[in-house]
Design a protein around this ligand. Sequence first.
Ligand SMILES: Cc1cc2nc3c(=O)[nH]c(=O)nc-3n(C[C@H](O)[C@H](O)[C@H](O)COP(=O)(O)OP(=O)(O)OC[C@H]3O[C@@H](n4cnc5c(N)ncnc54)[C@H](O)[C@@H]3O)c2cc1C
Length: 456
Amino acid sequence: MTIHETALPVVTDLRVALGERIVLPGDDAWDSARRAWNLAIDQRPAAVALPESAEDVVHVVRAAAAAGLRVAPQATGHGAGALADTDLADTVLVSLSRLRGVTVSPQNRRALVLGGSHWNYVVEAAAPHGLTAMHGSAGDVGVVGYALSGGLSFYARTHGLAVNHVRAVQIVTADGRIVRASDDENADLFWAVRGGSGAFGVVVSLEIDLLPYADVFAGMLLWDASRAAEVVPAWAAWTRTLPESVSTSMRVMHFPPMPQLPPFLSGRSLVVLDGAFLEPDAAADALLAPMRAFEPEMDTFARIPSAALVMMHMDPPEPAPAFSEGAMLASLPDDAVEAFLGACRAPGLFIAELRHVGGAASRRPADAGAVGALDGDYLVVGIAMVPGAEFAVGALAAVRGVVAATAAWHSPSLALTFIDGGVGREHAFGDAGRRLRELKSAWDPRGMFAAGHPVD
Ligand SMILES: Cc1cc2nc3c(=O)[nH]c(=O)nc-3n(C[C@H](O)[C@H](O)[C@H](O)COP(=O)(O)OP(=O)(O)OC[C@H]3O[C@@H](n4cnc5c(N)ncnc54)[C@H](O)[C@@H]3O)c2cc1C
């Protein structure tokens, strides 16, 4: 793929203005600059910008606008799968990997987060103040991509989606201005960006509320996969009895034999229950007892520093090639569990996961933005590794198989952070779609911003 002819003068201008902060095809740094966290996605933009300040971002957006180029913001590339169907040949990929940092205000339990930061930055900055945040299962997921598309954490059933904890954004809009949006300033843009995310501009910082937890009762129970037929239905029945203080996940996982994995994982198929209890230890122990009665071979549940919760789910610590797909389930009756278990055996599948949602995550706050809740009590997700192009077809079939198996119980709501590719895209924003499209026309009339979840 080559740079579009009209792009050449502008990328040359950008190179003059920003030096090595603009990387072009043929540069030594080209392959590393265009590489997403998700190594299965081969991103080929016209250029990659590596801004180090909000002013750098302004410069890039103005130059791209003047040349008729598009701009795709990216923090880490964990969500690059959602961008994979978009042709980036006329697009400047704005990688925010050099715009990272967090300032915590403990008095008002708030953090100012630079646009490329991932959750480890927030958690590490918040922990000394006895605070934590609405992060997801992996610490290296970007705050903006996760939080502005919903963001489902192990605090969700008590505290709702992460997006409802965003209080303000600073965003470089299509006209090349840095705009602050909050309930009090540019309230329409603030509504839109909480769901519309990168379709409205490049977020250079956001302000989020923190949670008052220095520690949390959390951990995992682990069984051999031969126990799946008894443990998974038991988990589903158990979740129906739980208070909103408990958020858990149930996974069937298949690990290849790999020397870098610990022996309890390498070459094994497992059933893993993990999650967090916002309860005193005695109450948490009592709530967990019915699942401990299934005598797991490993039980790590204990009170841990809340900062350690980002490691609990055993997500890959390094960039990895993967396909994933997810859907919300209105409910999880016994026959849905059976259908899920049938799909877990698909060749090539790495993880089939059920997350208990509902509670506060399914209640939309009055002041929410375009996305404010997930309609449905469970999330189903399939994940397959794609170590080479020859695995792509099988991997896609395996992850789609997990989602398709439970189709009879799907809710129309989409958990955007778990949607890659074009699946269900036309309904991505539900009832908010029309207003989002109107606001997209107002704030980005030329459709300059290419987002993982487009508003069009
Ligand atoms: C290992 C792993 C674990 C995960 N765990 C969870 C989980 O527990 N809960 C959950 O809800 N999701 C989870 N996710 C999904 C994750 O939230 C999404 O992939 C999300 O899009 C990642 O955000 P990112 O910024 O890291 O990704 P990126 O690919 O960098 O960004 C995704 C999209 O966000 C937008 N964006 C990112 N940064 C900016 C910015 N500064 N300005 C404007 N737009 C921006 C863009 O539209 C971009 O296309 C997980 C994903 C992985 C791979």
